[in-house]
Design a protein around this ligand. Structure first.
Ligand SMILES: Nc1ncnc2c1ncn2[C@@H]1O[C@H](COP(=O)(O)OP(=O)(O)OP(=O)(O)O)[C@@H](O)[C@H]1O
Ligand SMILES: [Mg+2]
Length: 362
């Protein structure tokens, strides 16, 4: 017997797919629980859509299995057709049927008596706050309104799983935030398992219970947004979520010496190079006092001096680029917007040591 609470709604194991002799999905495994949102996040071409299409059943995997509620729905020998997988789809080009009213669009995938269908359509339109448009046609609606109808249509047959491929990318920013939050609330309410594809880290962090970070056909890291952001597996994973600064160092006795003090490099052999990686918002800056900076502390380490090269006002922050005295390299710090230093101004930089990542240099 399977325990309902512990059985993933969706599980894929070791999915692979090649096109023209190139493997674009290389052994992808993941689980999504009911009522959970997992974001498949990664750069263009890394295999996100291909993975989603295999789960939907519109693309056939070369190997690997797909399970829904613990039951096999597809491997290389056995295959339940797409329309019987209880999977809802929402893609970027959500294409409502233009010649059908909103009501008919939402009712499209529904079976049963006319009154029952009408009741479900009204329920869903109410849920997405579009009931007043029930008799309109798609061309009479804005992009955001159409999006909500597409969501209602996808949810109407009560899918156990929702697959969404960049569903919000056609919308402008402000509208997108609203629709996104609303969509999430509706999906959670329906207790569907959601797998959402995006290449935008902000979107993934906003939506996801779990993020699966994908690169070159494999999932390189998986976990809650907080963990992925604060404990990235490598430099590229760090860089995917924000700008980064990199300070190169050489290891001696499991330590590396840098202008910002020494850092632990456990398990890295002598002579090997490491990268100290830090996000711009975790660099602290302090004033130059006649060529001297602040005293070193346990939290901030040793300060190093740089000269402002360029400062850009970004609204809630300013991005300041420094040319560092020690080797002329550039470091970027993000500071609250009240501070916008002029080029040429000398300042002292410190790295918040608990926010530094040390990775073997590639
Ligand atoms: N039907 C196909 N025939 C040949 N190559 C394909 C096919 N579908 C996808 N590919 C290739 O597989 C790779 C992965 O494509 P996929 O659409 O899964 O990427 P993606 O991660 O969704 O990217 P994006 O963020 O740009 O949508 C790409 O290099 C793409 O060109
Ligand atoms: Mg894609």
């Amino acid at each position: 017997m399977t325990d309902q609470k512990l059985t993933p709604r969706l599980e894929i194991r070791n999915l692979t797919r090649s096109f023209d002799g190139t493997q674009v999905v290389r052994g992808v495994s993941l689980k999504v629980m009911p009522g959970q949102v997992t974001c498949l996040l990664g750069p263009s071409g890394c295999g996100k859509s291909t993975t989603l299409r295999m789960i939907a059943g519109v693309e056939m995997q070369d190997s690997g299995e797909i399970y829904v509620d613990g039951s096999l729905i597809c491997d290389t020998k056995f295959r339940i057709p797409p329309e019987r997988r209880s999977i809802g789809l929402m893609f970027q080009d959500f294409a409502l049927f233009p010649h059908m009213s909103v009501a008919d669009n939402v009712a499209f995938g529904l079976k049963g008596a006319k009154e029952e269908k009408r009741a479900r359509v009204e329920e869903l339109l109410k849920r997405v706050d579009m009931l007043r448009h029930i008799d309109n046609y798609p061309h009479e609606l804005s992009g955001g309104e159409q999006q909500r109808i597409a969501l209602a249509r996808a949810l109407a047959p009560k899918p156990r799983i929702m697959l969404m491929d960049e569903p919000f990318s056609g919308l402008d920013n402000r509208l997108r935030d609203d629709i996104r939050d609303q969509t999430l609330a509706v999906l959670k309410d329906e207790d569907a398992a959601v797998l959402l594809v995006t290449h935008e880290p902000e979107e993934a962090m906003r939506m996801a219970d779990e993020i699966a970070l994908m690169r070159d056909g494999v999932i390189v890291q998986q976990g809650a947004p907080y963990n992925i952001y604060n404990n990235p597996v490598d430099k590229a994973a760090t860089a995917f979520f924000s700008d980064i600064n990199v300070i190169r160092g050489t290891v001696r006795g499991a330590l590396t010496q840098t202008p910002f003090g020494q850092f632990l490099a456990p398990g890295v052999k002598d002579g090997a190079e490491v990268d100290i990686v830090i996000r711009p918002q975790h660099i602290r800056i302090d004033l130059d006092r006649g060529g001297r900076g602040p005293n070193p502390t346990a939290v901030d380490g040793t300060p190093a001096r740089g000269v402002v090269e360029r400062a850009r006002f970004m609204g809630k922050e300013s991005l300041v680029e420094f040319r560092m005295d020690y080797d002329g390299s550039i470091l970027t710090a993000s500071v609250p917007n009240v501070f916008l230093p002029k080029p040429g101004m000398p300042l002292w930089l410190m790295l918040r040591r608990d926010r530094c990542f040390v990775f073997p240099a590639k």
